[in-house]
Design a protein. Sequence first.
Length: 277
Amino acid sequence: MTALQFALCVPTYNAGNKWQDWIAAYQSQLLKADKVIVIDSSSSDNTAEHADESGFLVHSIPKSEFNHGGTRNQAVEFAKSFADVVVFMTQDAILASPDSLANLLAPFVDPEVAAVCGRQLPHHARYFNYPSDSRVRTMADISALGIKTAFMSNSFAAYRLSVFDKLGGFPDNTILAEDMYLTAKMILSGYSFFPSDTLNFINNINAQKGVLNDMPLSNREVTVLRYLANGLSNKEIAEQLLLSNKTISAHKANIYSKLGLHTIVELIDYAKMHELM
């Protein structure tokens, strides 16, 4: 299986000191984007300069031209020639651990998954939008969840580019909810959406950690479990996550031990029961 190519897109404007925290957290990632695309709204500080020095593609626009949908659509245009998936973040969204991006990309092993949203933690996150349990959402959930079936946040989110393009991307000239608008269209078109607590994203790098550990597996083990349940071999998983076969074998052994599983059939049943595939 060929590893997905992805672009990471972030709109910026006078990001201040936190921007260097953002860059440092990105540079620590085990899985890095094929290209980081920065759309800068004519910052008067060093935001664009720091991005350029970090090797990011920087495209500057007048501050007056920024809007949440159209500006992000501009970023996607720079990604279309190479990317399978486009990831969106905001300038104050600090990745919490080195495997955050790898975990965000993992659900795309399922071709029916069109979008993935990572959980956000304090300082201003609304916990009802980021529950402790992961689940795949589809059209079948509308009667129970209503509008929250399509809850999405471009602070840390990823979209399959072929579906993004097919459905026309974000609405232009919008000041909010461009993410939920597109996710709703994806769900109504029959695709799945994966909002996950297993994706380590945090808005405040100094915020208290350990809040999400409701299940016995680590984030990496959940990612490996998901790949195993979808039929990937140890070698294929290692290629996806840029790890050795030996490391994947160790994760696999830990998964079976922690969950009390003995066969791949039991593992698949567990993944289905917990909506991890």
